[in-house]
Design a binder for this molecule. Structure first.
Ligand code: ATP
Ligand code: ZN
Ligand code: MG
Length: 499
């Protein structure tokens, strides 16, 4: 028994009766297909075979089996082309195929149960074998759905292997211990002082003048220590992201539980919306179900910041001499549905981040990530004076493919920056530096004139996370802050008083 077997039953419909074709001619056709057409490209002994061939009026009832080479859906395509030529001689045309049954059988010694698979109507998993009955039409076969199901199974197997094992985490650097001047939760303390207030949305805050001034001070530090000396330029990236972008960036593989979805009206014709408006006017309730019927999803809110910017370079070729390219975006919010994990300004559904993106050859991108890391160390050491550590972790796009735990060559990958929050003793990731290899240039078809592979990296500085770490360790009283940072911030404005 081969490790993988495919079985297909189909009915091929023709434009006229086939009964005039002699049985000798039919046998010759089937034999010739079995001998060469359906074996081409497979190792000897492998390939596909017609196992059933039956003419009934204008139809051919067909049975095909194969191993992993020339899988039955490929065999069907080849056969249809050949058949068109054969029937052409009899002035009969092909009208398409109806797929009656499609089965995949393979060795399967996983101890976990498969629940549901797309295009699969029945899953049978026993005795070390897996049998899938597919619900597919010709169109799905032409789109190679069976191949993708097999790839999906391989991904799931890989994911199961890493599940339970902790993600790869390797300490790269640890700062000296620093004195903590605070043992409270900075979110609560800021709320008490009126620096922030919970907004109407979940995981969303309104930042008052004091904390806003602190965020802007963080940005000024980035300008002075990184953007100006390292030659960065500012860009403005979109904050609504289409599915096409997330397909190219890879987020479409797994973003669903954390996305903030965006919808547009099916039409902006006011008449189409009149019922909704009237309902609201008489009830003072927004009729969500009526709205849901009238809108359609077109993508989501900014999640990772850099993906939608790649459309700027998409399909372009750049001369090598403009490399390395260094840009950043600080033009808006990021949104993630964080569910139960929400906590103060540490874990938000709406947050603010400065996203730094650089591109170049492999060497340039790795080299620049090192420069950037050196600058960050300087900031945390000499300006913010915090206690932090850096760790090499599995990048999200590998984790998503089930490869969490994979220890890499240390070329493509992510460095997470973590700091302890004294009030809880917990560690918080407050930023990262990622070398993404050719992932984005490949996904968005960006090339170099010389043909050298283009690489890129990105680094996300979460302003709320920087604030959470700094304030948790140093407190809210400026006289306890390092002098350098106090100088950057200046006076904290007191604007409001409430009665
Ligand atoms: P976590 O493990 O804490 O959920 P993450 O791995 O999801 O973080 P990344 O996807 O690496 O985070 O995002 C990059 C940066 O964006 C983080 O280092 C952090 O500064 C910021 N960030 C991500 N999620 C949030 C959030 N929910 N609230 C505030 N900042 C966030
Ligand atoms: Zn990024
Ligand atoms: Mg997260």
């Amino acid at each position: 028994m081969t490790d993988m077997e495919f079985q297909l039953s189909a009915i091929i419909k023709c434009s006229g009766s086939l009964t005039g074709i002699s049985s000798q001619e039919q046998t010759d056709f089937v034999q010739s297909c079995n001998a060469s057409l359906l074996k081409k490209g497979a190792p000897s002994g492998g390939g596909a075979e017609i196992v059933r061939w039956n003419i009934a009026g204008e139809k051919i009832e067909l049975g095909l089996v194969s191993d992993r080479y020339v899988r039955v859906h490929d065999a069907l395509l080849r056969l249809k082309n050949e058949l068109a030529k054969f029937l052409g001689k009899h002035r009969i045309g092909l009208r398409g195929a109806e797929i009656e049954d499609y089965q995949i059988l393979m060795d399967w010694d996983e101890d976990w149960q498969l629940k549901k698979l797309p295009f699969v109507k029945q899953i049978n998993q026993e005795g070390g074998r897996l049998k899938l009955s597919l619900d597919v039409d010709e169109f799905a076969l032409a789109n190679r759905i069976p191949d993708r199901i097999i790839k999906l199974l391989e991904d799931k197997k890989e994911a199961a292997k890493w599940k339970g094992k902790s993600e790869h985490w390797e300490l790269l650097f640890e700062s000296e211990k620093k004195p903590y001047y605070f043992d409270k939760d900075p979110t609560e303390e800021m709320a008490k002082r009126g620096w922030i207030r919970h907004a109407a949305g979940r995981g969303q805050f309104i930042y008052g003048p004091q904390i806003t001034k602190i965020f802007r001070a963080f940005e000024r530090i980035l300008f002075e220590e990184i953007f100006t000396p390292l030659g960065y330029e500012e860009m403005i990236f979109p904050k609504f992201v289409t599915w096409d972008v997330w397909k190219r960036s890879g987020h479409a593989k797994g973003i669903y539980p954390e996305a903030y979805y965006v919808c547009t009206p099916k039409t902006r014709d006011p008449e189409y919306w009149e019922e909704v408006m009237d309902y609201y006017k008489v009830t003072n309730e927004v009729p969500l179900d009526m709205i849901m019927e009238r809108i359609e999803n077109v993508g989501g809110m900014c999640y990772a910041q850099c993906p939608p910017s790649w459309v700027f370079w998409q399909g372009k070729t750049m001369p090598d001499d403009i490399l390395p390219i260094k840009v950043f975006d600080r033009s808006g919010t990021s949104h993630r549905y964080e569910s139960g994990g929400l906590h103060g300004i540490e874990r938000l559904d709406e947050f603010h981040r400065v996203e730094i993106v650089w591109m170049g050859t492999k060497e340039q991108v790795i080299e620049h990530s090192k420069q950037l890391q050196a600058k960050y160390r300087l900031i945390f050491e000499a300006i913010l004076d915090i206690e932090w550590r850096e760790a090499w972790v599995t990048p999200w796009f590998m984790a998503q493919e089930g490869k969490a735990g994979l220890s890499e060559l240390k070329e493509v990958g992510t460095t997470d920056y973590e700091a302890v929050l004294p009030y809880s003793g917990k560690l918080l990731e407050f930023q990262n530096v990622s070398v993404n290899g050719n992932k984005y240039p490949k996904g968005f078809s960006v090339k170099l004139q010389s043909g050298t592979e283009l690489w890129s990296g990105c680094s996300g500085v979460g302003l709320e996370r920087w604030a959470a770490v700094f304030l948790a360790q140093k407190g809210l009283d400026q006289d306890k802050w390092p002098v350098k940072f106090r100088d950057v911030v200046g006076e904290l404005p007191e604007v409001f008083r409430f009665l």
